[in-house]
Write a new protein. Structure first.
Length: 232
């Protein structure tokens, strides 16, 4: 899979997501299904979007004991998603177990990506609540390296971190980057943002774009603009 724009379908019902995606008659976007939509509609929504021709990043961020994660990943691999993820904080044995569970009998598997520290966790919170006292960028890079050593395919990170991650973990280690905004667009609640063109320039492999597309007056035009800036 090459560089692509992944549309974050942060909707809470099948009706909403289908009426949004019905607008895309030409190119079928790669879509991200998160906890909200998955918990509302269950695995059927994954099968339905897959049948409609969309690639799927199933963003459920698993984090549990290795055996539970392994068995859950085996179930998700049968949904035929293209990318799924977990928390690197679950540590090496959990990540290795996840890979085992995700691998289908024919040896194929979805890409497996790690979440490092959530962007909602800042340095102060990490020190106070998690008793982690290293600087945030070192923590993120350490989690990235741990994920790579466990055999994972990449991490979710800020576009501002993508270059550093590639330098540390190699250019084939995938960086999936949210926090993307058009130069002339609303930033909303994202703090550290980049345009699709900037994300391309620093080497992001996939950008995850939600509201700049889902809340646009013309979502198809906004999606096409992202594709033109990032992929072409
Ligand atoms: O609407 P917006 O473009 O901000 O959506 C970004 C998407 O990426 C959302 O689904 C959000 O949950 C997700 N995300 C993020 N920052 C992270 C990890 C995931 O914005 N660090």
């Amino acid at each position: 899979m090459g560089k692509d724009v992944i549309v974050a379908c942060d909707f809470s019902s099948k009706e909403q997501v289908l009426s949004f995606l019905d607008q895309f008659t030409d190119r079928k976007p790669f879509v991200k299904i998160g906890m909200e939509l998955y918990y509302a509609e269950g695995p059927a929504i994954v099968r339905e979007l897959k049948a409609r021709g969309h690639k799927i990043f199933l963003d459920l961020k698993l984090h549990d004991i290795p055996n539970t994660v392994k068995k859950s990943m085996a179930v998700l691999s049968r949904l035929d998603v293209d990318i799924t993820n977990l928390h690197a904080a679950g540590a090496t044995n959990m990540m290795k177990a996840a890979l085992e569970g995700l691998t289908r009998p024919d040896g194929t598997r979805p890409l497996l990506i790690a979440v490092t520290q959530l962007t909602s966790t800042d340095q102060e919170t990490m020190e106070r609540d998690l008793l982690i006292h290293e600087p945030m960028d070192q923590v993120v890079m350490h989690y990235a390296e741990t994920a790579k050593n466990a055999g994972l395919d990449g991490i979710v990170c800020s576009p501002l971190e993508a270059e550093k991650v590639h330098n540390r973990c190699g250019k084939n280690f995938l960086t999936i980057t949210p926090g993307v905004r058009f130069a002339d667009g609303e930033i909303g609640d994202q703090k550290r943002v980049m345009t699709p063109a900037q994300a391309k320039a620093i080497g992001s492999d996939y950008i995850v774009v939600g509201r700049p597309i889902t809340a646009a007056a013309d979502p198809v035009a906004a999606y096409n603009r992202c594709v033109a800036e990032f992929c072409d």
